[in-house]
Write a protein that binds this ligand. Structure first.
Ligand SMILES: [Zn+2]
Length: 62
């Protein structure tokens, strides 16, 4: 089974302040759902977070 490697990050959009949950590994560009600004870019299988990380969400927790 997978270990506790993957996690979700709460990232605040630098442009509009929207807080969005982003997977810390992605192959896709993540855009803000409110204003469309880039919030994360794929970087070698991980996410290059462009906004401010304001928290983490452990996948083991609700
Ligand atoms: Zn935004």
């Amino acid at each position: 089974m997978e270990g506790p490697k993957s996690k979700f990050l709460k990232v605040k959009c630098a442009d509009c302040g929207n807080i969005q949950t982003i997977f810390d590994r992605t192959n896709l560009k993540i855009s803000c759902s409110v204003c469309g600004a880039t919030m994360a870019l794929p970087m070698g299988g991980k996410s290059d977070i462009k906004g401010e990380i304001v928290g983490r969400v452990d996948t083991d927790l609700e």
